[in-house]
Design a protein around this ligand. Structure first.
Ligand code: FMN
Length: 189
């Protein structure tokens, strides 16, 4: 069992975080949740009144005494999903003024897995430059862009096509999306 930190920001798409927490639990991993203040508002607006139900523990966004704020903290990696452009910008600039950004900064300096799922459209040059900067120092950028070639039937199926990739890049093997080639059936046009 590994411990993962799940950061949630005020971008649209709380369902990505809820599905990641669900799958990490299903796969017997432990989770710590940290949400920005705006994330709580957007989550409630999108129908997730209490995301903490899905996590093993919830950390306070202002608690810099939390173990995850330290390079000695005991967690395997972190995903921020959905990741707002605001948080992306802070992280790219080294502004660690809340626990979520500080823990992500720790991942970067300690060379631990950090997966970002940015959500915005369209993207302007600063957004793109911030993603490039973070990619260059080890963050894995997985945009919130589901795929359709597994013929999703539900919103959860669509969301899981992104979450599966997040898990893989956190180092968590998973069975969510069939291996391409094993199950691929070419559809008649
Ligand atoms: C309903 C709603 C949806 C939003 N969606 C996005 C989004 O998809 N991407 C984004 O970058 N910001 C989005 N925002 C704006 C962010 O919440 C805002 O920039 C906030 O300062 C982000 O703060 P945080 O990164 O600390 O959570 C949204 C705001 C609201 C109220």
């Amino acid at each position: 069992m590994s411990k993962f930190l799940v950061g949630v920001t005020g971008a649209s798409g709380t369902i990505y975080a809820s599905r990641l927490l669900y799958h990490l639990k299903r796969l017997n991993h432990s989770t710590s949740l940290v949400m920005t203040e705006t994330a709580k508002q957007v989550a409630a607006y999108e129908g997730f009144s209490d995301l903490s139900n899905f996590a093993d523990e919830t950390l306070s966004i202002n608690d810099f005494f939390s173990s995850v704020a330290s390079g000695n903290g005991n967690f395997q990696g972190m995903a921020i999903l959905p990741c707002s452009m605001g948080t992306l910008g802070k992280l790219a600039s080294g502004i660690a003024d809340n626990l979520l950004v500080r823990a992500a900064d720790v991942c970067l300096k300690e060379k631990r897995s950090l997966v970002l799922v940015p959500r915005e459209m369209p993207l302007h040059a600063i957004h793109l430059e911030n993603m490039l900067k973070l990619s260059k120092i080890g963050a894995c950028i997985i945009p919130a862009t589901p795929h359709f070639y597994a013929f999703p039937k539900t919103i959860e199926d669509l969301v899981d096509s992104v979450v599966s990739k997040v898990l893989t890049h956190l180092g968590v093997p998973n069975d969510i999306v069939p291996v391409w080639g094993d199950s691929h059936v070419k559809k008649d046009s």
